[in-house]
Design a protein around this ligand. Structure first.
Ligand SMILES: NC(=O)c1ccc[n+]([C@@H]2O[C@H](COP(=O)([O-])OP(=O)(O)OC[C@H]3O[C@@H](n4cnc5c(N)ncnc54)[C@H](O)[C@@H]3O)[C@@H](O)[C@H]2O)c1
Length: 445
């Protein structure tokens, strides 16, 4: 039985600002892609909000809806893009440098892309070692920098006639920094901002600024920000949704398809060796051991959670999991990943699986940014706050409310996302029980 919920989602009236700290390969591929779709010259492939269909009601009803027809999402022509970067290039110039999209396509989008000019970044070389830029803010302490970001948000909304905004982190991966005492509460964090605490990173300052302005925040990198207790407390206090972390795009996307499959069949795993070559600016930043450490944490966490060695000591008690990313400029954004998986089956007999994924990093990531922005705006209009676990589908390391463990299995993540959309719209939740001869979910009514 489906009890009616009391969620009342306001309609997406007016314009929505999608603000991205970082206007590099991923962000500009998103902006260009949305402009191309609006012009009718390309399809939004890879975007669940634009192309996804959801089953509704009983199996016998044969009822499906486009996701965007079921829930009131902002339309593409209601979106205005903005961002921050430590390089002053506009989005057309930055996209040309990123070399993800063909020149010819970019030329047709030159006019709207040239209009997107970055605001000055909050940047600190201690957290990203491989970049040197001049387009950055200065202030006497980190609180002043946060105030400047807040002012940027307000000015952007006013100057572009926007109703509301969402922020999705698309800037570089910072050096891995575990939470300290300063991240324990909003009070200690604000004190840290005023005292220029060195453990507060730029991405945490953006997160704080967004939440203080009631702007939903999604973390697309492995930077530690929405995981912090102070940010979770602030998101509740400001009634604003947050989610993260690290877009699940290439190798990890496949891991969360293959690994649950092996576990569900009770096949053992002795080792999983993953390596990548990548030649874009993200690859260059990740060539620094501190930034790579952040990626390693999100990339390796996936398998240890799926192959829970406490639950399955005979099958997964002794896995050797290695992840490497090698910066290799000739490939640019076209990443190549190799996985070698040593598995064992019935009576312990060994087998191997090889995966060779020749992907395009930003082509995989851009639709995820769009979906996250639209769903976070939806969540905000639905009055949601705190961590949005139903968006785990998009992340390598989904943030959950402690002490819950994240769910990594892509198909379970999709079920959760779909059921949340059904819940929002008072549609029946689907549990796939369907015991046909026992009168359960027979679709008789
Ligand atoms: N492409 C993917 O498949 C994928 C998957 C998961 C995560 N990510 C993450 O997405 C992020 C963006 O990736 P990308 O390929 O666009 O990288 P990129 O290097 O092309 O772009 C990042 C941009 O952020 C800017 N920047 C760095 N620090 C900043 C700051 N403090 N404020 C504002 N701007 C700042 C840089 O100048 C650069 O222009 C990275 O953190 C990456 O790890 C990407």
């Amino acid at each position: 039985m489906n009890t009616k919920n009391k969620i009342n989602i306001q309609n997406p009236k007016g314009k929505l600002a999608i603000l991205t700290p970082g206007m590099g390969a991923v962000a500009t591929t998103l902006y260009a892609g949305v402009e191309a779709v609006k012009k009718g010259i390309a399809l939004p492939i890879g975007s669940y909000t634009q192309m996804g269909k959801i089953r509704l009601g009983k199996r016998t009803e044969n009822r499906h809806s486009l996701v965007k027809d079921l829930v009131p999402l902002a339309a593409l022509d209601q979106i205005v893009f903005g961002g921050w970067d430590l390089f002053p290039e506009n989005a057309y110039e930055a996209a040309s440098h990123a070399k993800v999209l063909e020149k010819e396509l970019l030329e047709t989008l030159k006019e709207p892309l040239s209009k997107i000019k970055p605001m000055k970044a909050v940047f600190d070389n201690n957290f990203v070692k491989r970049l040197e830029g001049t387009h950055k803010k200065t202030g006497k302490n980190k609180m002043e920098l946060a105030d400047q970001l807040r002012q940027d948000i307000r000015d952007f909304l006013k100057n572009n006639g926007c109703d509301r905004a969402v922020m999705v982190w698309c800037a570089s991966t910072e050096v891995y920094t575990p939470p300290t005492e300063v991240h324990a509460t909003v009070k200690s964090f604000e004190e840290g901002l005023r005292n220029n605490d060195e453990s507060i990173s730029p991405s945490q300052i953006y997160t704080y600024a967004a939440l203080k302005e009631r702007v939903p925040y999604a973390n697309g990198s492995p930077n530690v920000s929405v995981e912090m207790p102070c940010m979770q407390e602030l998101s509740i206090e400001m009634s604003t949704p947050i989610c993260g972390s690290d877009f699940k795009t290439g190798q990890t996307l496949l891991k969360t398809v293959i690994a649950p499959g092996l576990r569900n069949r009770q096949l053992g795993v002795a080792g999983w060796y993953s390596t990548n070559i990548l030649g874009n600016r993200d690859g260059e930043v990740l060539d620094d051991p501190g930034s790579f450490k952040s990626k390693e944490v999100t990339k390796t966490g996936v398998l240890s959670d799926i192959f829970n060695k406490e639950l399955y000591p005979e099958l997964y008690g002794n896995i050797s999991h290695v992840v490497r990313i090698n910066y290799y400029p000739p490939r640019g954004d076209n990443k190549e990943g190799w996985d070698n998986i040593d598995i064992f089956g019935w009576l312990g007999y060994p087998m191997q699986i090889k995966v060779n994924f020749l992907c395009r990093d930003s082509i995989l990531a851009a639709p995820l940014v769009l979906d996250l922005a639209l769903f976070m705006d939806l969540a905000s209009r639905a009055g949601m706050k705190g961590i949005q676990e139903w968006l785990s589908f998009y992340f390598k390391m989904p943030v959950t409310k402690a002490p819950l463990k994240p769910e990594h299995d892509l198909s379970v993540q999709l079920l959760k996302l779909e059921n949340t959309l059904r819940f929002f719209t008072n549609e029946e939740l689907i549990n796939h029980l369907g015991l046909t001869y026992y009168g359960v979910d027979e679709g008789e009514e």
